[in-house]
Design a protein around this ligand. Structure first.
Ligand code: CTP
Ligand code: CA
Length: 223
């Protein structure tokens, strides 16, 4: 399926795209995760590759059908794994797109053996994961671009703008859940993109492939 015209706007650009959920182990058979499908990140990776970029897709658990030899998939499990992989590549990257739904917390300890059912309730202590985007935001050098995502259920615009600042993103893509059929586990998204000049652009609800093209057009304005 080709939703867009092949061009070479991103020829030679080295890109990292994070995508999908992360799974945080509780014991050898259980984890904490989320419903991210990774489809948005996958679509962005292909849209950029289609225009000449060399893309490393660092993706959490899920199914990713790659149909470009310019997209190289590295599968990871946890936020720590994703962090390590992104950190390893970041210095040599021109554009980093943080589309993953990284777990904010992980179990403080991973049990060696399957945890047995005992009491009437149980408590798992969670500790904060590293913030991959925020850390790479601190390392960002002139000429590098970091693009973030935000999914909010209240004060969308304020929260998105705060994340743009806090994580030193060049653009942030706000995913709206307000419209039916947008967001997680759907094939469509409704987005608004904010830049550092305080400008914003709201888009109609579209397929994730079409949204990916809107996003890379906004990135291209900064390249
Ligand atoms: N992100 C990341 N590493 C994390 C958490 C988030 O790289 N450990 C990235 C996401 O991929 C996204 C952006 O940061 O591009 C914002 O993620 P979000 O979950 O909306 O922000 P948080 O800072 O985790 O804030 P909260 O979940 O409390 O709203
Ligand atoms: Ca979060």
């Amino acid at each position: 399926q080709q939703f867009f015209t092949k061009s070479s706007r991103f020829e030679g650009k080295r890109v990292i795209v994070t995508a999908g959920p992360t799974y945080e182990s509780i014991d050898p058979v259980r984890f904490i995760g989320n419903h991210s499908s990774g489809k948005m990140g996958l679509a962005i990776a292909h849209a950029l590759a289609n225009e000449g970029a060399v893309v490393r897709l660092v993706a959490g658990p899920g199914d990713y059908v790659i149909h470009s030899d310019r997209v190289q998939l590295t599968k990871v499990q946890s936020a720590d794994d994703m962090y390590a992989e992104v950190e390893r590549q970041y210095t040599d990257t021109d554009i980093a797109v943080f589309a993953a739904a990284v777990a904010d917390y992980k179990p403080a300890e991973v049990a060696d053996q399957k945890i047995k059912k005992t009491g009437e309730s149980m408590t798992i202590t969670l500790v904060k994961n590293k913030d991959i985007a925020a850390e790479m935001g601190q390392r960002k050098k002139a000429g590098q671009l970091n693009i973030g995502f935000a999914l909010e259920t209240e004060n969308e615009e304020t929260h998105a703008k705060q994340k743009l600042e806090k994580k030193n993103f060049d653009l942030i893509v706000l995913n709206s859940l307000n419209d039916k059929g947008a967001g997680f586990s759907h094939n469509t998204n409704k987005i608004t993109i904010f830049n550092r000049e305080g400008q914003s652009m709201a888009y109609d609800i579209k397929s994730k492939q079409e949204v990916a093209v809107d996003i890379i057009n906004a990135i291209y304005d900064l390249v």
